[in-house]
Design a protein around this ligand. Structure first.
Ligand SMILES: Nc1nc2c(c(=O)[nH]1)N[C@H]1C(S)=C(S)[C@@H](COP(=O)(O)O)O[C@H]1N2
Ligand SMILES: [Mo]
Length: 206
């Protein structure tokens, strides 16, 4: 019965053009990361902006959570082939964060730095889309530890591997550097609708 409902919804998403090629729908919320789940205390957590910024700066939770917030409903697609539809997030829109971070005009890439040295890069231009968040709530509640508490990036237009959990810093650069999964052979452009899963002949540095 449960799988019938899942299949019906999957077929509907496919008809609506929302199911990227090679993906299947999950009704659960899988947890996927390399290494241990980071345990972060929100009261001592800080978010740092560095690289091509006027001045390096850090925000504590009180300052960060005082920034403007927005809600985003989006579909998420993992490169390991699961998709989840109509997920609801809240957080600081990245484009609001950029206003207070003093980003220099030469910046072209944003590299998210996370607990345990995980990194991933996304072009700044795409990060400025209105669906990109520094997310701290899922389904109206604070993120669960396994999903990136207290703050993760949310980049709906890319495979979910670009949505960095346990975010600690944002680096603005002119030159790209491959992130953790990208160094392991996953595609750096990571567009689910073009099925850019593996690096292959293209999909390297920007
Ligand atoms: N810090 C960190 N963030 C990460 C990862 C990771 O290994 N470490 N894995 C990525 C991958 S491949 C996916 S699919 C999503 C999974 O997020 P979830 O566990 O909330 O579903 O996190 C992404 N963010
Ligand atoms: Mo993933």
């Amino acid at each position: 019965m449960f799988d019938r409902a899942r299949r019906d919804l999957e077929a509907q998403m496919d008809r609506e053009g929302r199911l990227p090629p090679g993906q299947s729908l999950t009704l659960k919320f899988p947890v996927l990361h390399y290494g241990p789940s980071a345990e972060i205390d929100r009261d001592t957590w800080t978010l740092r902006a560095f690289g091509l910024v006027d001045q390096e700066r850090t925000w504590g939770w009180a300052q960060f959570s005082a920034l403007p917030t927005a809600a985003v409903t989006c579909d998420i697609h993992c490169v390991t082939r699961w998709s989840k539809f109509d997920t609801v997030w809240e957080g600081v829109p990245f484009r609001e964060f950029v206003k207070v971070a003093g980003v220099k005009p030469e910046a072209r890439l944003v590299i998210a730095h996370c607990a345990y040295g995980f990194t991933t890069s996304v072009p700044l231009e795409l990060m400025l889309d209105d669906d990109v968040l520094l997310a701290y709530k899922f389904d109206g509640r604070p993120l669960e530890q396994d999903h990136g508490y207290p703050v993760r990036t949310l980049v709906p237009k890319k495979y979910f591997g670009k949505s960095a959990k346990w975010l600690l810093a944002l680096e603005f650069t002119a030159e790209d550097r491959l992130g953790f999964w990208e160094q392991a052979g996953y595609n750096n452009n990571a567009d689910p609708f073009r099925e850019e899963r593996y690096a292959g002949r293209s999909g390297g540095l920007w």
